[in-house]
Design a protein around this ligand. Structure first.
Ligand SMILES: Cc1cc2nc3c(=O)[nH]c(=O)nc-3n(C[C@H](O)[C@H](O)[C@H](O)COP(=O)(O)OP(=O)(O)OC[C@H]3O[C@@H](n4cnc5c(N)ncnc54)[C@H](O)[C@@H]3O)c2cc1C
Length: 436
């Protein structure tokens, strides 16, 4: 690529980068996507085990975000809505607890009308004098869903998120039959059809830039263009893994308002749905989510109503550190003993059913360095500042630059890619490149 004025580099081939690249390629721009890994998708990572598509990164479609659903329809993909009965495991054993959690979420719902000043969710619970014994479930939910530390996450951002979810039926959850990576593959195909290129296994080490010229330096040389859309994950940016010369101060100063959240997930692939055959408690064959508050991990789910013989375990936020450094085998064997306790059967019986434990270590993945972002107390304006173009030359995108209250989701990444592409293209006509 040369700096002829029509060319754009897109750094990162996750949902944000691929979305931006497609929009730019379709608008007639010459696009080169530069991706560090030997695959596209970033934090969308699907593994196939037999007939099952196992998600190691994003799994759910949260609610009805229009751009994501439009893409799913365009790509002709099938979805199904997740459902099932909710179970809880505590001192009383395993029992149907559907509807029981709602009361615990009252402090979170009240945040919709919270006007600040901003504080952490922990400080907010103190301010509202929520008794210690009523905090466990709501804290567990906030940390699990946001991969966040409740002592750091912004109360205002949680209120914004609550409202945003309500507006898009965020309490409903779908799954892509056959795997999330079908979406990123579809986008890559569209990009290539429009003459766009995707360079894999090309980790960018440095971005050297001045107004109207960007150079992306990698081990094998450099690519030059007039503009770049930078979709590096927040963890990679904050970890200084890619050098910016010069450092765009507005963006880097703003970044302190966000945190890269941590989470650990694994999916156990079993020979059969052994839990569905257990006599007690009733209804296990229709089990969706189940919670083991005191055990590790605290959140589990089946793919119900799909009948794949899989169970996924999840822990987000500071508690995920307990599983740090554990490989698939160790996680699988620990999970078998926890599930044995939950279901009241022998560990050996569960272990004998296990075919494989699938996991990915996002915390130590050098091209992610975490699961997804959340807003720290006082940082609500950060994403707005991060999405401002830098001298019409650098355009930052990625889930962490979302300004619609959906941080940490696939549709946030997609939205940010569309916004960045529009900013690049608006620059073409000389207009002010701001889209909110
Ligand atoms: C375990 C887990 C579960 C999740 N569950 C859900 C869910 O159920 N629903 C949902 O909506 N969202 C979920 N998410 C979040 C969702 O996956 C992300 O928000 C989204 O995929 C992020 O897309 P992105 O394009 O912003 O970043 P990424 O997908 O991370 O893309 C960034 C790209 O940049 C590349 N890169 C990094 N460094 C360099 C470099 N030096 N040079 C070149 N390229 C580089 C990376 O390899 C990557 O491909 C989950 C995430 C995780 C980790």
């Amino acid at each position: 690529m040369s700096d002829s004025g029509n060319e754009v580099l897109v750094i990162g081939a996750g949902m944000a980068g691929l979305t931006a690249a497609r929009a730019l390629a379709e608008a007639g721009r010459s696009v080169l996507v530069i991706e560090a890994q030997g695959r596209i998708g970033g934090r969308i990572l699907t593994r196939r085990v037999g007939d099952d598509a196992i998600e190691l990164g994003a799994e759910f479609i949260h609610g009805r975000p229009p751009e994501l659903w439009a893409l799913i329809a365009e790509a002709g993909l099938e979805t199904y809505e997740r459902g099932g009965t909710q179970f809880c495991f505590d001192d009383d054993g395993l029992r149907d607890c559907s509807g029981e959690m709602e009361d615990s979420f009252a402090p979170l719902e009240a945040l919709e009308t919270f006007a600040g000043p901003d504080m952490s969710f922990a400080a907010y619970l103190d301010r509202e004098q929520v008794p210690e014994e009523r905090r466990g479930r709501v804290v567990g939910y906030v940390e699990g869903f946001n991969a966040a530390d409740h002592r750091e996450i912004s109360a205002l951002s949680l209120g914004v998120q609550q409202k945003a979810e309500e507006e898009s039926e965020g309490d409903r959850v779908w799954r892509l039959r056959g795997g999330y990576d079908q979406l990123t593959e579809y986008l890559a195909q569209r990009i290539r059809e429009r003459g766009g290129r995707i360079a894999l296994e090309t980790p960018v080490q440095e971005i050297r830039w001045k107004a109207g010229r960007v150079e992306a330096i990698h081990a094998g040389g450099n690519f030059v263009a007039s503009q770049a859309v930078v979709t590096l994950p927040l963890g990679v940016l904050q970890g200084g893994r890619v050098k910016f010369s010069p450092q765009p101060e507005t963006v880097f100063a703003a970044m302190d308002g966000l945190r890269m959240g941590q989470a650990r997930r694994f999916t156990l692939v079993f020979r059969e749905r052994f839990w569905a055959k257990l006599p007690q408690p009733a209804g296990l064959s229709g089990m969706g989510f189940f919670f083991s508050f005191a055990a590790m991990p605290p959140v589990w789910w089946t793919p119900h109503p799909e009948t794949a013989a899989t169970i996924t375990g999840w822990v987000g936020g500071p508690r995920s550190a307990a599983l740090d450094g554990m490989g698939a085998e160790e996680l699988g064997s620990e999970a078998c003993s926890t599930l044995a306790r939950i279901f009241g059967i022998k560990t050996e019986a569960v272990a004998a059913m296990l075919l494989e434990c699938c996991t990915h270590d996002w915390r130590h993945d050098p091209f992610a360095l975490g699961a997804y972002s959340y807003v720290a107390a006082g940082g609500l304006e950060t994403s707005h500042r991060m999405q401002e173009p830098v001298e019409r030359t650098l355009f930052f995108a990625g889930e962490h630059t979302d300004v619609t209250g959906h941080w940490g989701t696939v549709h946030a990444a997609m939205r940010s890619g569309l916004r960045a592409a529009a900013q690049v293209l608006e620059g073409d006509s000389g207009g002010l490149a701001m889209v909110k």
